[in-house]
Ligand binder design. Structure first.
Ligand SMILES: [Zn+2]
Length: 213
């Protein structure tokens, strides 16, 4: 549509999830933080790999298995290379592996703070609609309404009213989407033509698109 400015927001959670485990160093259930390091062990042709965590209270380490006794021949060369070179991107992705963490710990703390990289895809001269595409490469506990409320400077109840009234639309279009976690590929369209919309958003348009500061 010619009257829509299209922007892409890439959402990057700032802190990796923290599993709670019984710490053998200081005793009791404590949160552990991913250290950003891995360990790779070779035993003949079999490999073991771990992601290393540290107790936040005493720094005692806990090794979370990434895989065990994997034959070198069966290894994805990309994974092997990442482990051998301590690739920080790959390690960061693994630190956000919630499924694996849930198998090791009954309690996982997640952190809603995110960074946003904004990219304008298409900017017609007289745009009246804002289309935001969300790219969410890592799982984040942030809800869509929380993100939009902080970025648009409106309350979550106001967002719900805009959604109910059709000024704010989403794709996929589901009634509870505002209360759900951010999902990659979600599109949010905000119609700025209505008086209410103008009043609320006009002065923030540049920051909506380009970020504040
Ligand atoms: Zn400890």
């Amino acid at each position: 549509m010619r009257d829509s400015i299209r922007v892409r927001w890439t959402i990057v959670p700032l802190t990796a999830p923290q599993p709670w485990l019984v710490c053998s160093g200081c005793g009791g259930l404590k949160p552990f933080q991913a250290s950003g390091k891995t360990r790779l062990n070779a035993n003949g042709r079999k490999l073991d790999a771990w992601l290393i965590y540290k107790c936040l209270a005493c720094e005692k380490t806990w090794n979370r298995s990434i895989f065990e006794r994997r034959n070198v021949r069966d290894m994805d060369p990309v994974v092997l290379d990442a482990l051998q070179s301590n690739d920080p991107q790959w390690i960061r992705r693994e630190a956000f592996n919630l499924d694996a963490l849930r198998r090791s710990s009954p309690r996982i703390d997640e952190f809603p703070e995110v960074g946003i990289a904004r990219e304008v895809q298409h900017e017609p001269p007289d745009w009246t609609k804002l289309e935001i595409e969300l790219i969410v490469p890592l799982p984040t506990s942030t809800r869509l309404d929380r993100l939009l409320a902080s970025e648009l400077g409106v309350s979550r109840s106001r967002l719900q009213a805009l959604h109910d009234g059709g000024t704010l639309r989403t794709n996929p279009d589901r009634a509870d989407i505002l209360r759900r976690r951010l999902k990659t590929g979600t599109q949010v369209t905000l119609d700025l033509v209505t008086e209410a919309g103008r009043e609320t958003f006009a002065h923030r348009q540049r920051s909506l698109v380009f970020g504040s500061g």
